[in-house]
Design a binder for this molecule. Structure first.
Ligand code: ADP
Length: 405
């Protein structure tokens, strides 16, 4: 039986393909509503799992044999077809793919052809875990729907406007150029969406406002957006640089790497795993989920308290740094799982920044609310906002702008 709400609007399917999972959403571009969403997990790992939720319907979960991405997408397509939302429907006008690394080449969403596939492949050394998975998703979707345009939307694209002085690391130029070493930045789709929504919340055009966006999820990044263009961002060559994250260290002295190699006998793979998977909040206190950190801290747990303090200190430093980068700041926007939900993190991050015009109103900060909202007091020079991110909608919107009618 069809559960899905049918509509005459054109549709975009958004795919976020990881190495062992695919997240998908089908959006109606007439009103930006979700027609269905789902998650296919444990691809190539034995018993696969699929969870699918049609708009207004019950979530359905089942096990499935998912040896590869092809099987995963076929399973998702089957669920959509069961809701009357088959991918062969004429309403489907594009498939939008999240692609993590677009290097310097991709500054905008791009319709995928053989040349684009080859370029994404060339960038695999810069994103060895993500780009191959993204490619598998694109190739499979192309095979399953040869007539529907596939659009790649790059996590790095929004940051390609970084001025050279912000994108360059101060290392030997020839070495940097030979190995494509520079700051690329990530979470760009979210930073683009949230900076625009923040301008709208202020009733102004993106070109008129300077915004600091704090995307605080399990991965976390900050960006400085001047008049709609990104001028600095905290993630770098890889997503390891910058803020303290759930499992990543963020900024450290690069010499930590040689020191560990020399004194601890760790090899590159060990140090990579340490800094990416066993650092950040989990490294400091054993929990990567901010909810747990906050709970333990409230009970007086010293490790969780220190983890929180390190996280906040880094965040506050980036806010200050981006005030200096931007010169004039109109808004600070908090987004993603921690940014949208953790009032204590927001309050602590801006505590003491009144001199920069940045403060939150205690009641507004803790008031329940789901949508974009201001949490700064009326008199504050800088608006502080909570702006829920929506990367799938942004990917769909960008893909649709390129190929929709
Ligand atoms: P991802 O980076 O995986 O996309 P999200 O943006 O969904 O992550 O953020 C996930 C993180 O958000 C969780 O690890 C958790 O720490 C945090 N989070 C979610 N809800 C809350 C909450 N109510 N309070 C504090 N932190 C939260």
């Amino acid at each position: 039986m069809a559960h899905g709400r049918r509509s005459g609007g054109e549709r975009v399917l958004v795919l976020n393909s990881g190495s062992s999972s695919v997240k998908y959403q089908l959006l109606d571009m007439a009103d930006h509503s979700r027609l269905a969403s789902g998650l296919v997990e444990r691809i190539g790992e034995g018993a696969g799992r699929l969870a699918h939720t049609p708009a207004g319907g019950e979530r359905r979960e089942r096990e499935a044999d998912l040896p590869d991405h092809r099987a995963a997408l076929r399973a998702a397509a089957g669920e959509l077809a069961a809701d009357g939302l088959g991918l062969d429907a004429p309403e489907l006008v594009a498939v939008g793919h999240r692609v993590v690394h677009g290097g310097r080449a991709f500054t905008e969403p791009t319709v995928v052809d053989e040349r684009v596939l080859a370029e994404i492949e060339r960038l695999v050394p810069l994103a060895p875990l993500h780009n191959p998975a993204n490619l598998a998703g694109i190739r499979t979707a192309m095979d399953l729907n040869p007539d529907v345009p596939q659009v790649a939307v790059f996590d790095t694209a929004f940051h390609t406007t970084l001025p050279e002085h912000a994108a360059r690391y101060a290392i030997d130029t020839a070495t940097a150029d030979d190995h494509l070493i520079r700051k690329y930045g990530f979470h760009g789709t979210s930073h683009a969406y949230v900076s625009r929504r923040t301008a709208a919340l202020l009733g102004r055009e993106p070109a008129e406002v300077n915004v600091i966006v704090l995307h605080l999820g399990n991965g976390a990044s900050a960006s400085a957006v001047a008049g709609g263009r990104c001028v600095d961002t905290s993630m770098g060559l890889t997503p390891l640089e910058g803020l303290v994250m759930g499992t990543r260290s963020g900024d450290t002295d690069p010499a930590v790497v040689f020191h560990l190699a020399r004194v601890a006998g760790m090899d590159v793979a060990d140090i990579d795993a340490l800094l990416n998977q066993r650092s950040g909040l989990v490294g400091l206190c054993g929990d990567n989920d901010m909810r747990e950190v906050l709970r333990r801290r409230a009970e007086g747990d010293a490790e969780a308290g220190l983890a929180f303090d390190v996280y906040i200190h880094r965040l506050r430093k980036y806010i200050g740094a981006y005030c200096a980068v931007l010169g004039r700041v109109d808004a600070v926007a908090f987004t993603a799982g921690v940014g949208e939900n953790a009032a204590p993190v927001r309050a602590a991050a801006v505590a003491g920044l009144e001199g920069l015009g940045i403060e939150v109103d205690g009641a507004a900060n803790t008031a329940p609310g789901g949508g974009p909202r201001l949490i700064s007091p009326e008199h504050a020079r800088v608006a502080v906002a909570v702006v829920p991110t929506d990367e799938e909608l942004e990917i769909a919107t960008q893909a649709y702008a390129l190929v929709g009618s």
